[in-house]
Design a protein around this ligand. Sequence first.
Ligand SMILES: [Fe+2]
Ligand SMILES: [Fe+2]
Length: 282
Amino acid sequence: MTAQSKLSQNLRPVEIVVRQPRLDYTSVPKYWFDNDPFLSTLFSVFSATLPEGEKQFIHSLRHFQKQITDPVLQKEVRAFIGQEAHHARQHEFFNDRLQELGYEVTELQRIMSELFDRLRSELSPQRQLAMTVCIEHFTAMMASFFLVKRPEIADQLVGASRDIWVWHVIEEMEHKAVAFDVYDQLANDPGRIRLRLTMVIVTAMMTGRLSWHTYKVLKANGESRNFKSIRNGLKFVFGKGGMMRSMSREYLDFFKRDFHPWQHDTRREMEQWKAAYHELLD
Ligand SMILES: [Fe+2]
Ligand SMILES: [Fe+2]
């Protein structure tokens, strides 16, 4: 067993629970994120990428499922698959509402579907799993940003849009080490060279695609010259205390030789959120 696996065993702190919250998006308003066009568009675009992305995470783990000998990790992988399957389904419902509200998300969902079809046919199972590990680190960093560093943001989301993100990011925290542990145990990547390289590629792909589609949807909705909202949104993403700066240390930690996701210990905050939202999560 590697050092990372041992760390994961010692810190295996969290039960990964598959939940199916009942959510109804019919009253989600157009500017569901802080009544702001830019932020609502950016996270609507992000939501559009999720169903196909999460199906791909499941696909990439399933390939290795039979080779896992650790029974705890086996159980965690099953729970991971259950959680991601429900995330994908709920984000499809949420995306339907976003489309109704005037966000062009179905086109991006189709593009993502084609992209993952191509990646599945061109990349080896190990490279697909490396991509999953890297994107899972992004979702864990975002979860930590929302739940640990800027918990007040949840209050800026309206109704069921708050519920879907709170539920989703709590579960992203719960399962943040699962894909990593599978990779650590089964991928043949000495020194994690390939994993680190994949992180660089994934970062460029994700930021490029999200930026381009956010611009396209803003433009289509007549908001691409709403400078007040764009300034506010860019501050949220790049400003002091913003998403990028808050995530920078955790991002760089990924490149350390002995990195493991649970080195960022978010258990206490996660339990607080679970207690606060127990009605949603029960
Ligand atoms: Fe997810
Ligand atoms: Fe995830």
